[in-house]
Each structure stands twice: as structure tokens, then as C-alpha cells.
Design a protein around this ligand. Structure first.
Ligand code: ATP
Ligand code: MG
Length: 180
């Protein structure tokens, strides 16, 4: 499985619709300070369900919507779609390509989709359990996160190992069953 593309529109500094395409290898994103490199990582975090505006370096969630510049008006919504190659079926779905989309309007209305079909945030989280990709996964290591892992509580560190060992979905299922 690998990341094939990220499509952004109205997300942070990306007013115009634009698509980043990747290959099965290493890609570096370079550019001057403030040009939007970190915003690309924020886009991935956001589409995977990040609910904390602070984690996305904003005060509230609407801050991810393009807020305008001197010669461009603010936009009414932000949208991010990531497409993963799933031909090895690491993700538990028959699709060999999976596109996850998240959209947020200034009104606060939001939607999530998997391959164009509306879904709940929970469906996205479940799709990525135990893959290391979810927003709690280790596929995005943000600034300061290494420190957090090294100096974190044993229980917090355990979560990372559970994810790598592939047992998160069983733990979640157990919790859900116990609640019923
Ligand atoms: P550095 O090299 O300093 O880490 P960077 O390339 O990672 O820089 P980012 O932090 O990704 O840069 O981008 C910051 C830019 O994004 C700032 O210019 C900021 O004004 C812009 N930005 C963030 N949110 C929005 C928004 N909602 N609307 C418009 N622009 C935004
Ligand atoms: Mg940066």
C-alpha cells in the first residue's frame, strides 16, 4: 500500500484545487519558509480525521479553510482527498484503490467519504486501524512527537506498539462489546 495522491482545495494556503502525485518510493517536499510544506502534512492528518484544531496549528477547525490573501477572497469550504494504492489489500476492503475525502464548510457542516460514498468518521478510523496510518498512527511523525514517545507514559507508548502489532481493532471491538 502506498500514497498515490493528495488533492486539496480551499485547504489552508491551497486556494486552488491542486493535486500532488506520488510514486512508490521516497518523495521530498521542499520550498521556502511559509510556502505550505507543513500544510501538506496537515492535510493528510486532517483527512484521516484529526479533530484537534491545535494539532493543525489553528485556533478552531474553520481555520483550515483558505482565509484569503490581499488579492484573493476567502473561500467557503476546504476539501482534501487522499488516494492510496491498495493492490496488496493491506486495507480491509476489496477496492484496489481507496480515496478518502473530507470536506468542511464555514457553516460547520462537514462530510467524509470513502471512494465517493458518504460515511462516518468512525468508518475511516476503522479502515485504518492497525495500519499505522490513522491519525493516531505512526505514519506521520510531527515535530515534538519523538520526544513525546520517548518521555511519554508507558500506557501511551503501549498504544504505538498495539498499532504496530495489529491488535487495536480487537481491543476496540472488545470495548464496544463490553459497553453493550
Ligand atoms: P516552514 O519552512 O517555515 O516550516 P512551511 O512551508 O511548512 O514553512 P506552512 O506552515 O505549511 O509553511 O505554511 C504556512 C502558510 O500557510 C502561512 O503563510 C499561512 O499564512 C498559510 N496559511 C495557513 N492557514 C491558512 C488559511 N486558512 N488560509 C490561507 N493561508 C493559510
Ligand atoms: Mg513547516
Amino acid at each position: 500500500m502506498y500514497l498515490k495522491s493528495i488533492e486539496v482545495q480551499g485547504f489552508k494556503s491551497f486556494a486552488n484545487k491542486m493535486k500532488f502525485q506520488f510514486h512508490n518510493g521516497i518523495t521530498g517536499i521542499v520550498g521556502p519558509n511559509g510556502s505550505g510544506k507543513s500544510n501538506v502534512a496537515d492535510a493528510v492528518r486532517w483527512v484521516l480525521g484529526e479533530q484537534s484544531a491545535k494539532q493543525l496549528r489553528g485556533a478552531n477547525m474553520q481555520d483550515v479553510i483558505f482565509s484569503g490573501t490581499e488579492n484573493r477572497k476567502p473561500l467557503g469550504f476546504a476539501s482534501v482527498a487522499i488516494t492510496l494504492d491498495n493492490s496488496d489489500h493491506q486495507l480491509p476492503t476489496d477496492y484496489s484503490e481507496v480515496t478518502v475525502t473530507r470536506r468542511l464548510y464555514r457553516s460547520g457542516e462537514s462530510e467524509y467519504q470513502i471512494n465517493g460514498t458518504n460515511c462516518r468518521l468512525r468508518d475511516i478510523q476503522e479502515l485504518f486501524y492497525d495500519t499505522g496510518i490513522g491519525k493516531e498512527g505512526y505514519s506521520i511523525i510531527g515535530q515534538g512527537q519523538i520526544d513525546k514517545i520517548l518521555s511519554g507514559k508507558p500506557e501511551e507508548r503501549r498504544e504505538l506498539f498495539d498499532e504496530a502489532a495489529g491488535i487495536v481493532k480487537f481491543k476496540r471491538r472488545k470495548l464496544t462489546t463490553q459497553k453493550k
